[in-house]
Design a protein around this ligand. Structure first.
Ligand code: FES
Length: 159
């Protein structure tokens, strides 16, 4: 849940200068896993610039998302090498496990799934990343165990 106080704290850390728009949005992305609309509104007001300009930037930069993302980001590489070695089987395995399509986030907010282009590890295809950690030469049977390990970690943190 995004609080207006947290958004204000991030924004007010920057001078009222448009040069800092991207940095402030990156901070929001890091803090909330996306850039909330209320954040863009408050930032536009703080910087005295049109909100449309901030929307355009947020859409342009791939590292920024305007929709909430899960706590864990699963990226399945579908570059040529991974595609040939069964990337789509991994997509099916992840879908089966999480019940969501690529581009979606689970209802509990734990996982988002994306299909991406080559992640530079073709010799070890097929590759899936979770929060930037590479799972190489991955077989679809291994997918549930990997996802469960993240669920278990989160469970421990709540205990
Ligand atoms: S195609 Fe998947 S790592 Fe290159």
């Amino acid at each position: 849940m995004v609080s207006a106080e947290e958004v204000a704290r991030i924004i007010e850390a920057y001078p009222a200068d448009r040069r800092f728009a991207l940095a402030a949005m990156q901070d929001m992305q890091n803090e909330f896993n996306y850039v909330p609309e209320e954040g863009l509104e408050m930032l536009a007001e703080h910087l005295g610039c049109p909100i449309a300009q901030l929307f355009a930037m947020a859409t342009f930069y791939k590292a920024l998302s305007l929709t909430p993302k899960g706590k864990h980001i699963i990226k399945i590489c579908n570059g040529t090498a991974c595609h040939i070695r069964g990337a789509m089987n991994l997509v099916t395995g992840v879908k089966r496990e999480l019940n969501i399509e690529p581009g979606e986030t689970t209802e509990d907010g734990l996982f988002s799934v994306e299909i991406v282009n080559c992640v530079g590890s073709c010799a070890l295809a097929p590759v899936m990343l979770v929060d930037g950690i590479y799972h190489n030469k991955l077989r679809v049977e291994q997918v549930p165990g990997i996802i469960d390990s993240y669920r278990a970690k989160d469970g421990e943190q709540h205990d």
